[in-house]
Design a protein around this ligand. Structure first.
Ligand SMILES: C[S@@+](CC[C@H](N)C(=O)[O-])C[C@H]1O[C@@H](n2cnc3c(N)ncnc32)[C@H](O)[C@@H]1O
Length: 254
């Protein structure tokens, strides 16, 4: 870990408990420290897992524990997030139909799962997939409490999505893919789960957004496009209405 990073992490941890995901930068002091130390206006959080410099970035995901579900629920489900995440516009852009099947991989606390559940209706299906056992437990409770009958929760091993061949219309990743190891191989395998007109949708943070994972662990839009290209996909749609994130839709090359 670089000295700059260590200083900033220590500094930020002392000032704010929200050091993990979607940290805000309301305190001017933190903003200033981040600016001086990183020169980018972004802030860091969480544990580090630096990839060896000699290996391609796509091989190493950012390994980060999401075990503390209470803390993440407050961040992921915050009103503040709704302002920049624009979930209704995201759902509208995906053009889901009643009866569509969606896999929400890395579903977290179900921020998008609930909305997918509503969009696909009773004939549709949503797979809420996560590799963190505590998140999957939380999701199961939510699904039961909210009566989301078309949602199935799946706990998976990292690197597996546990989807049947040609079973889904949309595979959705929101701020998840940077956690995955061997991404190109993983994405290649996923194409088998898509129905013939199926798509993979990717939303992830821009490099200069004031919320999001540590800059070193973000996947830049151009890197994502290149990784998908190597995995056998082409970009079919690009949306630019999210202030902090890029939003891409991919289809497998025929
Ligand atoms: C930053 S959260 C995003 C949650 C949700 N997509 C959202 O937008 O609110 C990342 C989630 O991905 C899960 N995750 C991390 N690596 C994963 C993997 N390899 N497969 C499935 N889920 C994973 C984590 O447990 C966590 O719940």
């Amino acid at each position: 870990m670089s000295y700059r990073l260590l200083v900033l992490k220590t500094y930020y941890k002392e000032l704010s408990p929200m050091t993990d995901l979607f940290p805000t930068m309301r305190q001017p002091l933190i903003r200033l420290a981040a600016f001086l130390l990183l020169g980018s206006g972004t802030i860091l959080y969480g544990q580090e897992s630096e990839a060896p410099a000699t290996e391609p970035k796509a091989m190493h995901g950012y390994h980060h524990s999401f075990h503390d579900v209470g803390k993440y629920a407050r961040l992921f489900e915050s009103k503040e997030r709704d302002k920049w995440q624009e979930p209704d516009r995201v759902i509208e852009a995906l053009n889901l139909k009643p009866g569509s099947v969606v896999a929400d991989i890395g579903a977290g606390t179900g921020y998008f799962t609930r909305r997918f559940s509503q969009a696909v209706g009773a004939e549709g299906k949503v797979y809420a997939i996560d590799s963190e056992p505590a998140m999957a437990d939380y999701l199961r409770k939510e699904v039961k409490e909210k009566g989301l009958k078309n949602v199935t929760v799946r706990l998976v091993k990292p690197g597996s999505a546990d989807l049947e061949p040609q079973s889904v219309d949309r595979i959705f990743f929101c701020v998840v893919l940077h956690h995955v190891d061997n991404r190109i191989e993983y994405l290649r395998k996923l194409s088998g789960a898509l129905k013939p007109e199926g798509r993979i949708v990717l939303i992830d943070f821009k490099p200069n957004s004031p919320v999001g994972p540590p800059p070193a662990h973000r996947i830049l839009e151009e890197e994502a496009k290149e990784e998908f290209r190597q995995a056998g996909y082409r970009v079919v749609k690009e949306y630019d209405f999210l202030p902090y994130q890029y939003f891409l839709e991919f289809a497998p090359e025929k």
